[in-house]
Write a protein that binds this ligand. Structure first.
Ligand code: 26Q
Length: 822
């Protein structure tokens, strides 16, 4: 700080102004007269960081002094988005900073726009991890997030002639003020090579892994500021570098160019995030990424433990909890075994007991193609010692656990084995996770039930108490307080300012749901949020939409099971109805999509193309008098979600029942006053329970009905020939109505729904979806009824605070103690 002494923790406007100007000059090397917005933003971040670092140091001192048990959250993805406004809010500095900057002639919201999103994740799973570390810090739990410091996050999406183009994301090209490099905590990670069995004179045997390569792991710490600001935890992301040792060897041998190639190879590991959100055929680089960040993290955990406890591992499991965010970090299990056995000299039983106590696993998907498997030959080449350890884990599991329950049953053994036999033998990471963890959880009630009953039924029979549920949540600080400031201050007035910590307090708003004046206030906030979005839509797409219309929003990754194609079919049906009957009675609607497709997922990209082509045709058709508009917002990401969600009237949550593990966008949208049109899937079920099913537009087959229909043998042609509207809409895809002069460009969608068998039952749910939309339309035309339902939805979302999820993890799985930092 420029003027006051460094340890001052509260900050007033004048101090903040002075600090920002000080950093503009001495950190950014510029001055008020010529500084760019970018420099002002970085100077502001630097001023805020003075507060952050002070609290970070205090947090670490407190945790070290009290030698607390901590949770280590391992995740290949952390979808953090922007940090500036979040950090200011969590430090209670947003308002002061806003005023300080205004007096300097600047606008805080504009400066926040300078920040690139930290898009180190694909979607739900990565964003969940980000909400969870926010909640952990807010609740003062000792916690650290571990992941990969990708140079390029999720690709930037451009839309060219209606098609998705992927461009590299370079979030830190011009520096990121929120990360701190920690060279003092670098790790060295072995890869490849072979395992030697060494016998010592006393007859004991030891395994020595002679690595073929070594990679350096450089940690970057992102401070995670809890709401209220007392605890600042860290997110530690590992960047891969060439190890100097190896470079030097090659270099001395005259291989300067080769050494550069080796360097490039090493740096490839953390170069880019895999953009697939459900599947990816076993790529070597992906396995190395996973091992790299897990091995760095385990070494880091070991170092910290040994600093406090030396080589006495008897308290390791009471100090360390490790959560595996899906199967992506599974290799941490055999890695911890390897370290305990080969490096610390524990015997198998001691090492296994520790591992089993330490690990827990969260499952995020039931899709069979999303369950990770690695070819045994690949594993053997990259991680030879780990494969040996996995074989031994498997041998003991099959001969002790499985044999005890199903003696002599080889079929069951084959099914539960970590190794899948066949032409190509594979390591099943899901099975390894379940066997090596003391708890396994799903992410919504129905999902957790299916994890036990359909995905891992035999494991649940062996260990009935291992399986549990933790319903997902979202941080209300980012997803209401920061993104919807007007609604946030309205709630401050009604229920007081504690709701960002105790979201259940919003139920206090229920008493106002029938109050006409309150309804007006609530809906005028929605209206202003919509007007802001109208401008964003115009700027990003050139499309004119009216805030009078219903804003109907589907924002999520593009996947057949999420059924954007069902939404599109319905839009086309509406369009057809409007063309057939110019007086067709409906309130004007704007359908808004935001979605990225995995680059190799052909049909998903075709659906994006179809949405854009239908949009072009509909938006320019004067005959329908602006009753229908379709908008595809390019490059959907956290910072765009923050603009879309507060402006939504309708939230599309239309996955085939049994396929969406939970969903979290559904929670954010309802919290901001959108009504859900949704299936009884994932957390939709719990949302409808909280809000009351009568305040949602629930439609479609249930989980059991989906199963029954599939068991009977679902035939999409029954719906094609049995429903003239479905037939007409599907046949439209074969014409050139939306792609003038180029018929057939959209036919792949029709094909997938008919010849392809309509795996996700879009046609089966079409009618009931269409009826649900009619219901919403009727509700909207009664403004008081709509306002009441919107208020009730928002006011009843308290359960979906990620603080509640974290408390559930603490109570059921982690048993942590909250640790107040003075
Ligand atoms: C796997 C192998 C190779 C490459 C990539 C992947 C991969 C990457 C990301 C597989 C899955 C994911 C992400 C899954 C995901 O986001 N699942 C979502 O998790 C949310 C949080 O629990 C749920 O709300 C969603 O329902 C679920 O779809």
């Amino acid at each position: 700080m420029a003027s006051k002494k460094k340890t001052d923790i509260a900050l007033d406007k004048e101090q903040l102004k002075a600090s920002i100007v000080h950093h503009l000059r001495s950190t950014l090397g510029t001055c008020e007269e010529k500084a760019s917005q970018e420099s002002w933003w970085k100077a502001t971040a630097a001023a805020v960081n003075e507060q952050v670092y002070e609290r970070l140091t205090r947090t670490q001192q407190t945790h070290r002094k009290q030698d607390t048990r901590a949770i280590h959250y391992l995740s290949a993805e952390f979808l953090m988005g922007r940090l500036t406004s979040n950090n200011l809010h969590n430090l209670s500095l947003y308002k002061v900073c806003d005023e300080a900057l205004r007096e300097l002639g600047l606008d805080l919201a504009d400066l926040c726009e300078c920040e690139a999103d930290m898009a180190l994740g694909n979607g739900g799973l990565g964003r969940l991890a980000a909400c969870f570390i926010d909640s952990l810090a807010t609740l003062n739990y000792p916690a650290i997030g571990y992941g990969l410091h990708y140079e390029h996050g999720l690709f930037r999406q451009e839309i060219k002639d209606g098609r998705q183009i992927e461009r590299p994301d370079s979030w830190r090209e011009y520096g990121n003020p929120w990360e701190i490099c920690r060279p003092e905590s670098v790790q060295e990670i072995p890869l490849y090579g072979y395992v030697e069995t060494v016998f010592s004179e006393d007859g004991s045997m030891k395994k020595v892994w002679h690595a073929g390569r070594k990679i350096k792991g450089v940690p970057w710490d992102i401070p995670v500021v809890g709401f209220g600001g007392s605890t600042v935890n860290i997110l530690r992301l590992w960047e891969s570098r060439a190890s100097e040792f190896f470079d030097w060897d090659v270099f001395n041998a005259g291989g300067y160019v080769d050494s550069q190639a080796e360097k490039a190879q090493a740096e490839t590991i953390s170069k880019v995030l895999y953009p697939n959100d459900e599947t990816e055929a076993g790529k070597e680089l992906r396995l190395i990424q996973q091992y790299f960040f897990c091995a760095c993290s385990i070494k880091d955990i070991m170092r910290r433990y040994k600093r406090a406890h030396g080589s006495d591992f008897s308290t390791f499991a009471s100090q360390v909890a490790i959560q595996l965010n899906d199967t992506h970090p599974t290799v941490a299990i055999p890695e911890l075994m390897r370290v305990l056995l080969d490096e610390e000299g524990l015997n198998w039983d001691q090492a296994w007991e520790i591992c089993y106590q330490v690990f827990a696993y969260t499952n995020h998907t039931l899709l069979p193609e999303a369950l990770e498997k690695w070819a045994v030959y690949l594993f053997e080449r990259v991680l030879p010692r780990h494969l040996e350890i996995i074989y031994e884990i498997n041998r003991r599991f099959l001969s002790e656990k499985v044999e005890a329950v199903w003696p002599g049953d080889d079929a069951i053994k084959a099914k539960l084995s970590i190794i899948e036999e066949g032409d190509q033998r594979k390591v099943r990471m899901g099975n390894l996770c379940v066997i090596g963890s003391n708890k396994v959880n799903g992410v919504a009630e129905v999902h957790s039930r299916l994890v036990q009953e359909d995905l891992f039924p035999e494991f649940a029979q062996i260990w009935p108490n291992k399986f549990c549920n933790v319903t997902n949540g979202v941080t209300p600080r980012r997803w209401l307080l920061a993104c919807n400031p007007e609604l946030a201050s309205l709630y401050d007035e009604v229920v007081g300012k504690e709701w960002p910590l105790k979201l259940d307090l919003l139920r206090g708003v229920l008493k106002m749901a029938d109050d006409k004046a309150f309804q007006k206030q609530f809906m005028s906030i929605k209206r202003r949020n919509k007007e802001k979005l109208v401008k964003v839509i115009k700027a990003e797409t050139g499309i004119d939409v009216s805030a009078e219309a219903i804003f109907d929003i589907q924002i999520k990754r593009l996947h057949e099971y999420k059924r954007q194609q069902l939404n599109l079919l319905h839009i086309m049906a509406l369009y057809r109805r409007l063309l057939a009957d110019p007086d067709y009675d409906m309130h004007p609607r704007v359908f808004i999509f935001g979605s990225k497709a995995a680059p190799g997922y052909k049909l998903a990209k075709d659906i994006i193309y179809a949405i854009n082509k239908v949009a072009e045709r509909v938006n320019s058709d004067a005959r329908i008098k602006d009753k229908l508009k379709v908008v595809f917002m390019p490059n959907y990401r956290v910072s765009l979600a923050e603009k879309l969600i507060p402006a939504a009237d309708v939230s599309e949550q239309i996955s085939t029942a049994g396929y969406e593990a939970s969903g979290t966008g559904n929670m954010k949208l309802a919290l901001n006053g959108a009504l859900t049109i949704g299936t009884l899937d994932g957390a939709n079920i719990e949302i409808a329970e909280e809000a009351g099913e009568e305040h949602c537009a629930i439609f479609g087959l249930t989980v059991d009905e989906v199963k029954a229909m599939k068991a009977r043998g679902y035939n999409p042609y029954d719906f094609y020939y049995g429903n003239s509207e479905i037939k007409a809409v599907l046949d439209w895809f074969d014409t050139d109505y939306f792609t003038p002069g180029r018929p057939g460009e959209l036919s792949s969608i029709k094909r997938a729904l008919l010849e392809g068998g309509d795996t996700y039952l879009a046609l089966a749910d079409f009618d009931s979806y269409s009826e649900a939309h009619k219901k919403l339309d009727a509700w909207y035309r009664d403004p008081e009824l709509w306002a009441k339902k919107a208020i009730i939805n928002s006011a009843t979302m308290g359960k979906f605070n990620s603080d509640r999820s974290i408390q559930d993890y603490v109570d059921q799985i982690w048993s942590l103690k909250s640790c107040k930092v003075d």
